[in-house]
Design a protein around this ligand. Structure first.
Ligand code: CAO
Length: 494
């Protein structure tokens, strides 16, 4: 078993080396420092294009042989998806640091993903071209590394075809929707054991992934029993468990930044840039708005009854799983709300899956991970999936798979204390709902007596080009009834 693991690890490592040579960085040799830095692409040597899988990703890389003691200049190469610039989020090295192959050099973030740039050489960092938070341009130098004797890794015989599978795995390892915090050694350990960091929940500060997290993850996969960690006693609990209680999320302790004296202008970066883009696109959609109130008194009682039992299974049960499931049941009756419209407004695509996006307030800002195929899930399974997404969101580890593919969205502004909202559609979806906080308010019962009721506002927005007000209202009525009388959902659960 151990031999097998070592063997597969070695193969995986070899594949990674090949991938790195092809993908991460455009390397240009600079022999000596200032004098030769003006020698540009003339030193580059184009490698023959590899077949199938490599061409599929359409990246032509140029490399030059790195000789012992030579200074290689890494240029930020094409990282795909039409990205032309990135923000340098964090340096893992400084000038003068020794690095080895696979060591993380820095984390860069585009408006679509975070990418860890990793060294292909053993050597010493001689120059960083940017400071943290600077914008780095694709095709421009990122760092200089003075390579160590014997670290010439660009011999042509090493360049062999790499299967598409391995490349996808590697991409998943490195590109995520959010920043993963881990030291280079931990990243290397994960890579060597073919573990996707995006699947590991970090137990360190701010969700940082520790060596023990990787070992525990491995142990779970292999059934091995690990010796107790010497740090176990002082370890902080994983962020997933740090759920505010009772109800509603607490406000931040202090403002993160204080602007006094003079105004500050700065570029919009990273995920905020993505939000600016998608919300600008949303403006072109004529929004239809509809609001209603739901009496959740029975749901409040039902959740209270189920909560402890569900907690015993390690799952936190909030109201959201009920809202999400009710949405899916209603979407089965109103498929036009689980659809998308093409750019020329010529065709509607009705989506088979109910992938409900949940607006999430994370340390990095608003993100919308999706609970996939809700039509196939029980309320407990929805809760489990939401817990997983929340844990990843808190740890800053949501991946692109979790952040894409939504067909309808829900936003719980009530968990922060909001009462009403005017939600904005997330294109290419055609509708979104926002729920406010559950409030205890006086209401009349059937006999006209004033009773204590748990009331929540819900606001819907729909694309008025294909959804009319009557449809939205019928959908809302059905949703309201499911949640007013949650037992009625039982009749529709498969
Ligand atoms: N009314 C009253 N209580 C609420 C509530 C509401 N609308 N929503 C949540 N709560 C309660 C929960 O029931 C839970 O109570 P307990 O501790 O007693 O179980 C507590 O608040 C914490 O819930 P939660 O926020 O951890 O979990 P959730 O499933 O209700 O919500 C999520 C998950 C991801 C939607 C939420 O955490 C979040 O990020 N909300 C903000 C969404 C946002 O930013 N919207 C704006 C988008 S547009 O910019």
């Amino acid at each position: 078993m151990a031999a097998m693991t070592r063997g597969s690890s070695a193969v995986f490592r070899r594949l990674l080396i090949q991938q790195y040579r092809r993908r991460c960085l455009r390397v240009q040799e600079v022999r000596g420092h200032a004098a030769l830095r003006s020698l540009p692409a003339t030193l580059d040597r184009k490698l023959p294009t590899c077949g199938g899988s490599f061409r599929m990703f359409g990246r032509a890389l140029h490399m030059s042989a790195a000789r012992s003691g030579a200074v290689v200049q890494f240029k930020l190469s094409d990282i795909g998806e039409g990205i032309t610039e990135v923000t340098v989020k964090e340096w893992y090295v400084k000038e003068g640091d020794k690095v080895s192959q696979f060591d993380s050099i820095c984390e860069v973030q585009s408006d679509k993903a975070s990418v860890t740039i990793t060294s292909r050489y053993d050597g010493v960092i001689t120059k960083l071209y940017y400071r943290a938070d600077d914008v780095a341009l694709v095709g421009k130098p990122l760092v200089d590394i003075e390579t160590e004797s014997g670290s010439d890794v660009t011999q042509e015989e090493d360049v062999v075809e790499t299967p598409a599978m391995a490349r996808e795995e590697h991409t998943h390892q490195e590109i995520k929707g959010l920043k993963i915090q881990a030291t280079p050694a931990v990243r290397r350990l994960a890579m060597e054991n073919n573990i996707k960091l995006s699947e590991v929940v970090g137990s360190g500060r701010d969700g940082r992934i520790l060596k023990e997290d990787i070992l525990n993850f491995l142990a779970k996969q292999t059934g091995a029993i690990l010796p107790p960690s010497p740090f176990q006693e002082i370890r902080t609990p994983p962020p997933a468990l740090a759920v505010p209680s009772p109800a509603l999320r607490p406000p931040p302790a202090a403002p993160q930044r204080v602007f006094a004296g003079k105004d500050v202008t700065e570029p919009i970066k990273g995920f905020h840039k993505a939000m600016a883009k998608s919300m600008t696109a949303a403006l072109s959609i004529p929004h239809l708005g509809l609001c209603d109130q739901v009496d959740l008194s029975r749901l409040v009682a039902l959740r209270a009854e189920l909560k402890a039992d569900v907690q015993c299974r390690g799952v936190k049960l909030s109201y959201m799983p009920f809202f999400i499931k009710a949405t899916s049941l209603c979407l089965s009756h109103f498929p036009i709300l689980n659809a998308s419209l093409d750019e020329g407004c010529q065709n509607i695509t009705y989506k088979a899956s109910h992938n409900i996006g949940v607006a999430m307030d994370t340390g990095l800002g608003l993100l919308v991970p999706t609970v996939k195929n809700v039509q196939l899930l029980s309320i407990l399974e929805v809760a489990q999936e939401l817990n997983r997404l929340q844990a990843l969101g808190t740890a800053g580890q949501l991946g692109t798979a979790d952040l894409s593919g939504g067909t309808f969205s829900l936003s719980n502004i009530g968990s922060i204390g909001g009462t009403y909202a005017k939600p904005v559609i997330l294109p290419p979806e055609v509708a979104i709902g926002a729920v406010g906080k559950v409030q205890v308010l006086p209401r009349f019962d059937a006999s006209g007596h004033v009773i204590r009721a748990h009331v929540m506002n819900v606001s819907w927005s729909a694309d008025h080009r294909i959804v009319d007000g009557a449809t939205m209202c019928r959908f809302s009525n059905m949703w309201r009834e499911f949640l007013h009388n949650p037992a009625s959902m039982l009749l529709h659960l498969k």
